[in-house]
Design a protein. Structure first.
Length: 150
């Protein structure tokens, strides 16, 4: 393989990875990789996931979420009790100083999108507004992935 071929491959790889590596900063908060999984027609709700790092020395809280793709959006937590999945709204999400909260499918926190206006299709993007008690508001772009998370 020539040096030119390797260089072109590495450039293409960097571009493809950066297309999904969305990152946002708001004060001492760093928000990364907002995504949602595709839904099927007729599915009334979906989940959005992201990571929030508080790089500061003071705590903050995620106190609200909203998106134009859903009638309502809430901060939820999910846990398993034996074979029973339990999901509940938490209202606010604490962000202690020098900590990271990773929202992941099937584990812990996520953003519940209820009353979807249309199915979420892999490859699409939609806006999501995050409201923090101290840092304020920021709009992030959520990428819709297929059900495998790609």
């Amino acid at each position: 393989m020539s040096v030119r071929s390797v260089s072109l491959f590495l450039c293409a790889l960097a571009i493809s990875v950066s297309a999904y590596a969305q990152e946002y900063d708001l004060g001492s908060l760093h928000i990364s990789h907002p995504y949602a999984r595709a839904t099927v027609p007729g599915q009334p709700g979906g989940g959005a996931f992201l990571s929030i790092e508080n790089k500061g020395k003071e705590a903050d809280k995620l106190i609200g979420v909203s998106s134009s793709v859903a009638k309502s959006s809430e901060i939820h937590t999910m846990s398993m009790d034996g074979n029973v999945m339990k999901m509940r709204e938490v209202g606010e999400l604490d962000l202690p100083p020098a900590s990271t909260v990773d929202m992941k499918p099937g584990h812990g926190y996520h953003i519940m999108l209820m009353g979807l206006s249309q199915p979420l299709k892999a490859g699409d993007k939609f806006p999501l507004t995050l409201t923090f008690r101290k840092a304020g508001k920021i709009e992030v772009s959520v990428i819709v992935t297929d059900l495998s998370g790609k």
